[in-house]
Design a protein around this ligand. Sequence first.
Ligand code: SF4
Length: 147
Amino acid sequence: MTLPALPCYPCPYDASCCAYGATVSDEEAAAIEANHGPGLVYKTRWGEWRTRVRNKRCALFRDGGCTIHDRSYYPAVCRGFPWIDAETGGRYEFDVTICGEFAARPELIALQRAGPPAGRNGDSSRDGEHVPAVASTATPDGAIRLR
Ligand code: SF4
């Protein structure tokens, strides 16, 4: 099943999804610091790496989009949103209208809700490893294909 591509870069909704920052893996945090310098990611008191938020947008957001969207270390959480929850491999089960395109096109919500639930393959763990239980790939036009 191929899901529609979203207009993420540049985003017509001023990247509303970037208002909260994102959880990143240890490897993604290290790559962001190595390539962009210190201060863009931080570790929470629970030991989770997150991107910093400045002026109501992720610190990696600039000029209408994410400055690392085409890098190998683009966070898996951002790559899957709002279709896939990178931590469970199932569909993202929280508020998808954070994405302006979803808010504008309710049919996308119905499509997303028809996707596989979290832990479909028996992997419901949230151990910080961003290994999808449901395989997915991004197509050249940015759509997500579920396999
Ligand atoms: S996920 Fe939605 S809000 Fe976020 S950049 Fe893409 S289109 Fe814009």
